[in-house]
Design a protein around this ligand. Structure first.
Ligand code: HSE
Length: 320
């Protein structure tokens, strides 16, 4: 970036802020890399502190042994990009308490990236737009999975459900979220997003593409019209799920039993191994949770479940 385009900040309101950076469900079944949804829970807790020298420091308060080198850390890499567009001689220290396990498919890397840039921007007086923040945060996804994608980052920053029509140039459309309940099961196995992307076929058949874009359009229309039946029948993925579901023991059984239990539909959360289901009411979402538990008890894989709702706010600044 040219020097004259760099931003200069004359005064800083605060020196430190705490943020809650929530989990997200990318893809929303049929919308690989283009649709994502923000969750109320789980969320990471992060502190972002202003430093008076141009450096980034990462402090992890969990046992995940994530890289502390900012260039290799999903919170650090976006902040390096942000600092590159600021004239002032400042930096940030980021302390991260991860509650979203890395490799869970619930947007762990995106939460770190989005939380860091939203917190830092707050300290700078919100000089950057949400679109700028997504642009910076995508560098965290590149660190995590080798490619820039915004289907976790954008809903984490904007809240609700987002459609990423394009990332080059960025074109993000917010879709108001219906009051759905979300049930997730996280079998305690790790699927790396980079591996889950590696196994995908590079070409698709026209008949599958037609079905897929019919479903994406149907899902978006169903969400906007609050047509639950249309949402349910559009939650179908004929391209990615047939390949990736083989990495998740019990996937087909969970999906069919949850739908029989009343879920509108669902599928792999992000690149897995978590599986999510949408329900119209809390009682159904809790019933679906029990079904998920029964399947993983039977298979003998330990798991963690969540019953939550769609966050309308995304990353939250916490007033202390
Ligand atoms: N769209 C990405 C993928 C999300 O499915 O690879 C990863 O969380």
């Amino acid at each position: 970036m040219e020097l004259e385009k760099k931003k200069s900040i004359s005064s800083f309101a605060e020196k430190q802020v705490t943020v809650h950076a929530p989990g997200t469900v990318a893809n929303l079944v049929c919308g690989f890399d283009v649709l994502g949804m923000c969750l109320e829970e789980p969320y990471d807790v992060m502190q972002v502190r202003l430093l008076d020298e141009k450096k980034i420091t990462i402090i992890s308060k969990d046992g995940y042994q994530l890289p502390s080198d900012p260039a290799l850390n999903t919170a650090g890499a976006p902040l390096i990009e942000m600092l590159d567009e600021i004239e002032n001689n400042i930096g940030f220290e980021v302390t991260i308490q991860k509650n979203i396990k890395p490799g869970s498919g619930i947007g762990s890397s995106a939460a770190s990236a989005a939380g860091a840039v939203v917190g830092a921007n707050y300290l700078l007086g919100n000089i950057f737009s949400k679109e700028d923040l997504v642009r910076f945060a995508m560098f965290g996804e590149k660190v995590a999975s080798g490619v820039k994608h915004a289907d976790n980052i954008a809903p984490c920053i904007y809240g609700s459900i987002t459609l990423i029509r394009s990332i080059f140039p960025l074109d993000i459309i917010s879709i108001p979220a219906p009051d759905f309940y979300v049930t997730l099961v996280h079998p305690q196995i790790e699927v790396r997003t980079s591996d889950a992307r590696q196994i995908l076929r590079k070409e698709v058949q026209l008949k599958d593409a037609i079905k897929q874009w019919g479903n994406i359009a149907g899902l978006v229309a169903g969400l906007l019209q609050k047509d639950l039946a249309l949402v349910g029948r559009s939650l179908e993925d004929v391209i990615i799920e047939p390949v990736r579901s083989i990495l998740i023991p019990g996937f087909d059984e969970v999906k069919s039993k949850c739908k029989s239990a009343g879920a509108l539909g669902g599928g792999i959360s992000g690149s897995g191994p978590s599986i999510f289901m949408l329900s119209a009411d809390k009682a159904t979402a809790q019933h679906v949770e029990n079904v998920m538990k029964e399947v993983f008890e039977k298979i003998g894989i330990s798991y963690h479940t969540y019953v939550t709702t769609i966050s309308k706010t995304g990353v939250q600044i916490i007033k202390e």
